[in-house]
Design a protein around this ligand. Structure first.
Ligand code: BES
Ligand code: ZN
Length: 627
């Protein structure tokens, strides 16, 4: 059948189901502006405002199945509502209370965007229900074997919806500019715990049936579900942590400053709007450090260092409760509005709890990441992606998820603060979060707001060329770099090691950030003898702090220190966090001596990785994407 075009989507099999040729209508609609390049949805005709989900979780079949019922806000003329789907099998669609199947059609699948689900609606239609099930390979879902969990006895399921993976487990208008409230009934095997990005239980249900409710409107990328053998530890009325029983003591200790962080965040930028703030510690294959799912941040166990040294991750995900979850990037081209603001807010939280010296170390480490990323992107010809405002149209939004949004965004805000003065800047940011609460914002709206509410009121103090920061590649001249005297000493220590050997090195009473900076300051051409010396003195190969282990293992690959390869192997088989995993494989393929090692390790490790991670590593190792 010849595809027709609707909203720029090629449709097959539509008129057959519809029983009427709507070609003219389609053409009219074609002219309407599609504002989010990563969604097929037609929100100006029919937009979802509420979702009622009813799902069964089947670990044996690795499937979710059930129904999604949407309340619509629509124009009287609207003839269709369009949802995003990917790898879902849709068995039936119904309208309002009518149980008879309604007409629907699906578009031609796109590898990144998935498939449009076009549902014919009547003038009186208020709700649509989609009956569906997920595929065992749904990209958002990771179904873990018991052996991949800390307890080792029960399987585990978690979702990762950002950026556009929600559509692989829920048919939805998967655009960050579209928000809806939701309820969910989720049935899991009896005895298992379940949480969602919503009001959550603190006790396991006896029959495995859970009822969730999220009363604040959220975009689809913040839909989340986790099911497994985990418990709740309460810190206070608002904060707590979910973790597997085996992980709980360490998790409860590591994150017990969450309360303080929440208080500090509210003191900075206004009330926390989401009820409780909890954390869920996932098994180590979780592909990210953290994910700011409303009410319950999902976190990697690799930040449990034993000494709280990596807990800025909590400040980061908590900060998203304002920058991201409250004020949301309208499309993924505006991703820096989520992440740059969040890094700025994160470091302000850290500063207010641990002091300026501590926050400056984080800023300098981040600045180092930024400079490396800029150099890499430039040498690979990706300058366009070093602009804050991205052009991800026609691409996987994952490609825009680099340090640019985080650290260039941060640097701009930090410099704006520097020029405006902290008091004025804080007032401005607080008002931004208030004025745009529960709304989407794009870069242009921010620039306009900035101009009116900060720049014009600053009496010429703000001289930064903000447009240049946003629309041009690289870093414009004339900004202040972050500095840290404590980290400068680490650079000096690394230089001294190269000049005179391991006697120059002492890590006693240094913080993890200083150790990380020391490792980053070592050159890429150390001899085997130097690596041995360092390892004898500092026991880097045995380090349990994941950031330090990662830096050391990478250095080991670059400098051919084979004694560390067993540790590298076990790190990569155990940990699926992409930020660590991808650069380690990258280093291995760059060094001819470790290409084979990379393939050997990957053959063992890949089955344990989440799709987000294995898709990236497949590319690094030149593996064909799965059909
Ligand atoms: N929202 C992000 C994670 C994300 C970004 C998932 C883009 C999918 C697409 C989260 O808030 C984040 O930034 N996590 C960081 C940790 C942080 C401390 C910088 C991470 O996972 O490394
Ligand atoms: Zn973030």
């Amino acid at each position: 059948m010849k595809p027709t075009i609707l909203y720029g989507i090629s449709i097959v099999g539509f008129s057959m189901l519809m029983g009427c040729g709507d070609a003219n209508t389609h053409n009219d609609m074609d002219k309407k502006k599609i504002t989010d390049p990563h969604s097929y949805a037609n929100p100006s005709d029919a937009v979802i405002t509420h979702l009622d989900l009813d799902l069964h979780v089947n670990f044996d079949k690795k499937k979710l199945s059930g129904t999604a019922t949407y309340t619509l806000q629509r124009t009287p003329e609207a003839k269709e509502v369009v949802l995003d789907t990917r790898d879902l099998s849709i068995s039936k669609v119904t309208l309002d209370a009518d149980t008879a199947g309604a007409a629907f059609a699906t578009g031609v699948p796109d590898a990144v965007l998935g498939t449009a689900l076009i549902i014919k609606i009547k003038p009186e239609t208020k709700t649509v229900t989609v009956h569906y099930e997920t595929s065992p390979d749904a990209a958002a879902l990771q179904w873990l074997q018991p052996s991949q969990t800390a307890g080792g006895k029960f399987p585990f399921l978690f979702t990762q919806s950002q950026a556009i993976l929600c559509r692989t487990w829920i048919p939805v208008q998967d655009s960050p500019g579209i928000r809806f409230t939701y309820t969910a009934k989720v049935t899991v095997p009896a005895g298992y715990m379940a949480v969602m990005s919503a009001e959550n239980p603190t006790q396991r249900s006896v029959d495995g049936v859970y009822a969730f409710s999220q009363k604040r409107a959220v975009p689809a990328y913040l839909m989340a579900l986790a099911v497994g053998d985990f418990d709740y530890h309460k810190y206070d009325e608002r904060t707590g942590v979910y973790a597997e029983p085996a992980t709980m003591p360490a998790a409860a200790y590591e994150f017990d400053e969450t309360r303080k962080m929440l208080d500090a965040a509210e003191a900075l930028y206004g009330p926390y709007e989401w009820g409780r703030y909890d954390l869920l510690v996932l098994p180590p294959s979780f592909p990210f450090g953290g994910m700011e799912n409303p009410c319950v941040t999902f976190a990697t166990p690799s930040v449990i260092a034993g000494d709280k040294s990596l807990n800025s991750l909590v400040a980061h995900e908590l900060a998203h409760s304002w920058s991201g979850n409250l004020v949301t990037n309208r499309t993924w081209n505006d991703f820096w509005l989520n992440e740059g603001f969040t890094v700025y807010f994160e470091r302000r939280i850290m500063e207010s709890i641990y002091g300026k010296e501590y926050a400056d170390m984080l800023a300098v480490l981040g600045y180092g990441d930024l400079k490396n990323t800029l150099a890499d992107m430039e040498s690979e010809g990706h300058q366009e992606d070093t602009k804050l405002k991205l052009k991800l149209d026609g691409r996987d939004p994952d490609e825009g998820m680099s340090d640019i949004a985080y650290e260039k965004g941060y640097l701009l805000l930090r410099n704006l603060e520097g020029q405006a003065g902290r008091e004025a800047f804080d007032q401005f940011l607080k008002a931004w979060f208030k004025d745009f609460a529960f709304k989407g914002a794009d870069t242009e709206e921010f620039l306009d707001y900035l101009e009116k509410n900060l720049i014009q009121k600053s009496n010429g103090k703000i001289t930064l060329d903000v447009k240049k920061w946003v629309y041009e590649p690289g870093l414009p001249d004339g900004f202040t770099e972050p500095t840290s005297a404590r980290l400068q000493k680490m650079k000096a220590m690394a230089d001294a090691f190269v000049a005179s050997g391991a006697e120059a090195v002492s890590l006693d009473s240094l913080s993890s950030h200083e150790i990380q900076f020391f490792l980053r300051s070592l050159p890429d051409n150390l001899t085997a003898a130097q690596m041995v010396q360092l390892d004898r003195k500092c026991h880097f190969t045995d380090r349990k702090n994941s950031e330090e282990a990662f830096l050391w293992l990478r250095l080991s690959v670059i400098n051919n220190y084979a004694d560390a390869y067993p540790a590298l192997d076990s790190f990569l088989v155990h940990v699926g966090r992409r930020k660590f995993v991808a650069p380690l494989y990258e280093a291995m393929v760059k060094n001819p001596a470790t290409i084979e090692l990379a393939n050997q390790i990957y053959a063992k490790a890949r089955p344990g990785y989440h799709s987000v991670t294995y898709n990236t590593v497949d590319e690094i190792l030149g593996k064909k994407p799965e059909q």
